[in-house]
Design a protein around this ligand. Sequence first.
Ligand SMILES: O=P(O)(O)OC[C@H]1O[C@H](OP(=O)(O)OP(=O)(O)O)[C@H](O)[C@@H]1O
Ligand code: HPA
Length: 189
Amino acid sequence: MARDLAWALANSDLIHDRATLDASIAAMAPAIARDFAGDVPVFLTVMHGGLPFAGRLAMEVGALGMDLEFDYLHATRYRGETSGGALTWKHRPATPLRGRRVLLADDILDEGHTLDAIMRWCRAEGATDVRIAALAVKKHDRCVPGIRADYAGVDVPDRYVFGYGMDFQQQGRALPVIRALTDEALREL
Ligand SMILES: O=P(O)(O)OC[C@H]1O[C@H](OP(=O)(O)OP(=O)(O)O)[C@H](O)[C@@H]1O
Ligand code: HPA
């Protein structure tokens, strides 16, 4: 049965409020500015979910005097579903990556398959250094070995989460908070 955003809101819990998320993004910026000092990395937003986080992160590092070269990519394996499948590339970045340092910005590191594939692709394109900034990291032991966020905002529980870029069936990305569906609600889908 199709469920709408009102149903998801009524069957979920608040995990992180807006102030906490914004503060967690601001807290990532000094380490990024330090690690990339003297470089202008290619800043790759992983669409769609990474969009709100990437915009905010860019302003935070910009405020510290660091520049970024913007580009984006879209690789998806959830396609509006609550469990992942095969990864589909919808858009690859146009910026040549050979010899460049890359900073990936995504909303969530869950099982890591998406960022693993993106990192491999960036390296195959000749990037010299590829780092991950993720707003949320889901806590479980199913992550692809070796994949971790170099810069991480908040932890989220092992439940389906939405808001701040993350969708519930393509809805709710504009919520300025992160919510988690109840396990009962997930079973109803
Ligand atoms: O760590 P993983 O288990 O691979 O999942 C994380 C990825 O899944 C989501 O993208 P999604 O496929 O939903 O595409 P979207 O951003 O366009 O919604 C999210 O934005 C991450 O890119
Ligand atoms: O829990 C999640 N919510 C939204 N999108 C996601 N992509 C991977 N995991 C999730």
